[in-house]
Design a protein around this ligand. Structure first.
Ligand code: PXG
Length: 457
């Protein structure tokens, strides 16, 4: 923390963190020295820390708080369900009403022909489920050799062994001998970072053709599925060139492999459509979901499965897979209420018609800043590329850490904006208003100025 701590409770919590807690994706030793910022309450798009600072949450938590903080209806839904039936499982021929009602509600929102849902506790578990289900599917069809899943470099699919293997994060693979066998990666459609001299359009085609090249290399008879996020989130809000998805669709149509859209970030309105697959006109066989499903108020994930796939699975006897909390009734009750709010308040429609166009327009005004090489975004997703040279897209040397410098200015100035390397990213709650977008943009500009002063002198 940059400022000295004032509240004695902050010091106590930081000591507990240091002495007892191991935080996700953290350098334990370093965090023990600095101490985490303690977030104590939230309302709408704002957070408050234990020092009393008010912060605009430009990341909706971790991309999940779609309806914003402080929606009492979600707490009431959990309270009511906990009193009525806090837990029972969906195993051994039993069920509880909330996950059944939720599966129906999800099927109503999902693309045509995707009417079945397998529930999990998280997005990672959704992708683990996908891997096992996809291989089971091909085995039932008499093609057990079709096991290989093709994924993408710098894609993010979770942090379990299967999730981290499916993901294309090198720094994750390096810890613990990943990926597991049967998962291969192709390049990502990241024009700004990797497109070189090619036009975005040509680069998009090239990146899509890598899928076909990989299918041919592995052999169609060995490929089970291709998994991709419609827009890579954790990788840095990578918006593929317009040529990318149409070319991928063309390739998928040529080969007998399943297509899995990882909708954990794009799902439930982030792009202004219910799913990223709707936004790009994709036809997935499966969609992984989590995050926006419950607005993060309670953990829940799942896998939406196309009817034709379920028809095959129906021929295969038991699917030997499931979690204690698959279809947890309290999580499902919260998700149902969350979907009710998204639908009845027409939040996704408002993102599409009003707030997304407004955010995208305001965000692009930052493109004139001396540090900014590119601004891109779709819906309520945005990325700002920080560069040393605007024209050549040349980065700062790695040891400058310009992204982290900018991120820490944001933190100290009441804005949460994430840094992925030197890419600043935002994904605010879907309920953000135009006035709050104005505040976000003016804070972002101010922090870019402070960063420029520091790195450009
Ligand atoms: N798929 C995608 C596309 C995700 O973004 C997962 C799967 C895994 O979900 P769970 O619920 O198991 O975390 C995610 C999660 C980041 C960050 O730093 C992103 C995620 C999780 C943690 C950090 O942007 N995405």
């Amino acid at each position: 923390m940059s400022k000295p701590v004032q509240n004695p409770k902050t010091r106590e919590w930081q000591a507990m963190s240091r002495d007892h807690h191991l935080a996700p994706f953290s350098d334990f030793k370093q965090l023990a020295e600095t101490g985490p910022r303690i977030i104590t309450k939230a309302d709408g798009v704002y957070l408050w820390d234990s020092e009393g600072n008010k912060i605009l949450d430009g990341m909706a938590g971790l991309w999940c708080v779609a309806v914003g903080y402080g929606r009492k209806e979600l707490a009431d839904a959990a309270f009511k369900q906990m009193q009525e039936l806090p837990y029972y499982n969906m195993f051994f021929q039993t069920a509880t009403p909330p996950p059944l009602e939720l599966a129906k509600a999800i099927a109503e929102l999902a693309p045509e022909g995707m009417n079945h849902v397998f529930f999990t506790g998280s997005g990672s578990e959704g992708n683990d489920t996908m891997l096992r289900m996809v291989r089971h599917y091909w085995a039932i069809k008499g093609q057990p050799a079709k096991k290989v899943i093709i994924s993408r470099v710098n894609g993010y699919h979770g942090s379990t062994v299967a999730g981290a293997s499916l993901g294309g994060m090198k720094y994750m693979h390096e810890q613990g001998d990943l990926p597991i066998p049967g998962i291969v990666h192709i390049p990502q459609p990241y024009w700004f970072g990797e497109g070189g001299e090619m036009t975005p359009e040509a680069f998009g085609i090239w990146a899509a053709e890598q899928l076909e090249a990989k299918i041919l290399e592995v052999g169609e008879a060995n490929v089970a599925a291709f998994i991709a996020e419609p827009i890579q989130g954790a990788g840095g809000v990578i918006i593929p060139p317009d040529s990318y998805w149409p070319k991928i669709r063309e390739i998928l149509a040529k080969y007998d492999i399943l297509f899995v859209a990882d909708e954990v970030i794009c799902g439930f309105g982030r792009t202004g459509e219910w799913f990223g697959s709707d936004y790009y006109g994709l036809r997935p066989d499966m969609m992984t979901i989590a995050k926006g499903l419950t607005s993060g108020y309670i953990p829940m994930g799942g896998l939406i499965v196309r009817d034709e796939v379920v028809e095959v699975l129906n021929q295969g006897g038991d699917f030997n897979h499931g979690f204690t909390y698959s279809g947890h009734p309290v999580a499902a009750a919260v998700a149902l209420e969350n979907l009710r709010i998204l639908r009845e308040e027409k939040i996704v429609e408002r993102v599409k018609a009003e707030t997304a166009p407004y955010l995208q327009k305001r965000l692009r005004e930052l493109a004139d800043h001396p540090l900014v090489g590119e601004v891109r975004g779709v819906g309520l997703l945005g990325a700002i590329e920080l560069v040393q040279n605007k024209a050549s897209r040349e980065r700062f040397p790695g040891d400058v850490g310009v992204g982290m410098i900018c991120r820490s200015h944001c933190f100290s100035n009441g804005l949460i904006m994430r840094a992925v390397g030197d890419t600043m990213i935002i994904a605010p709650p879907l309920v953000i208003s135009q006035a709050e977008i104005d505040e976000l943009i003016s804070k972002a500009r101010h922090c870019l100025d402070l960063t420029a002063q520091e790195v450009l002198g």
